[in-house]
Design a binder for this molecule. Structure first.
Ligand SMILES: [Zn+2]
Length: 293
């Protein structure tokens, strides 16, 4: 019967080859004589052709049942959908904040250390200044006096320089401390958001666990009814259109992509003697009448 289709509509056959799905294993399987045009009439009149009719109908039915299960599984995925991704995003954001926090805290520590060293230095300079101050009245020459005064002045300069640096450090410390506390509160916010989303995902995983087991079991059962080629055709399309591997032909349009289907092709799809895929979206096309029966 498939050979029949080919002989009557060589153009449509060519059209199908040009479709998104360039290699259709099911079509290849049911058209073993593609390369042997001389044998076609023989196959056309043979009984084997007749017996393939119900088999294809079974395959289309299985495709439909599989699609229903896959659309339920897709809904479950949708339900959890953003949560796993969101959780990953929050985790990586938290890590980034944590590493920034650590580096800012290290900056604070080193500034604190510098400040205490400067204070220590200033203290020793001040002690020396006091000592020189006392000494300057016991000098024996003007030269000695001048030298002492000069030393005191240079120590004063050092102390002043250190004090200005301490002012800068204090301002910097204040700025970084504010930044640290802002980062900390952001980090805590993310952690509580993470906790919330993780709990939600755990809950959904638990909630759908049974359903997923049942659906997956049914899916395997149906999948095992299909021959390898039909199975791989379906899986390939389901990978592209999760839970929507089949489309219904309604008023001459594909229900998956709404592209119109040539009237002759609509009739062929309705006869369900061959598996057709949509030229635009690649979904397996099933006649509306077929699904109602
Ligand atoms: Zn389509």
């Amino acid at each position: 019967m498939n050979e029949n289709t080919i002989n009557e509509n060589p153009d449509l056959r060519n059209e199908e080859i040009k479709s998104d799905i360039t290699e259709d294993p099911v079509t290849a399987e049911v058209n073993p004589d593609d390369d042997l045009p001389g044998d076609r009439f023989q196959v056309y009149f043979s009984e084997a052709v007749e017996s393939e009719g119900p088999k294809l109908t079974d395959i289309l039915n299985t495709f439909l049942e599989l699609k229903n299960i896959d659309s339920e599984l897709a809904e479950i995925d949708e339900e959890k959908g953003d949560l796993p991704e969101d959780i990953d995003i929050i985790k990586s954001k938290s890590e980034a904040i944590d590493s920034k926090l650590n580096s800012r805290k290290a900056d604070l520590l080193s500034l604190e250390k510098e400040k205490s060293e400067l204070l220590e230095t200033d203290k020793s300079y001040e002690e020396r200044i006091n000592k020189y101050d006392e000494q300057k009245y016991d000098v024996r020459s003007n030269k000695e006096y001048d030298e002492i005064v000069k030393t005191i002045e240079s120590l004063f300069e050092e102390v002043q320089k250190n004090e200005s640096r301490i002012v800068v450090i204090s301002a910097e410390t204040e700025k970084i401390s504010a930044e640290v506390s802002e980062l900390e509160s952001k980090y805590n916010e993310l952690q509580s958001e993470l906790k919330e989303k993780q709990a939600l995902l755990d809950e959904l995983n638990e909630e759908y666990k049974q359903e997923e087991i049942v659906l997956t079991g049914k899916r395997n059962e149906l999948s095992n009814k299909l021959d390898e080629e039909s199975k791989s055709l379906y899986e390939r399309i389901n990978k592209m259109h999760k839970g929507e591997a089949t489309a219904i032909v309604r008023k001459g349009n594909c229900s998956g992509c709404y592209n119109s289907i040539p009237p002759q092709r609509v009739i062929e799809i309705k006869s369900a003697e061959k598996i057709y895929t949509c030229q635009s979206c690649g979904r397996i096309l099933i006649s509306e009448e077929f699904t109602a029966s």
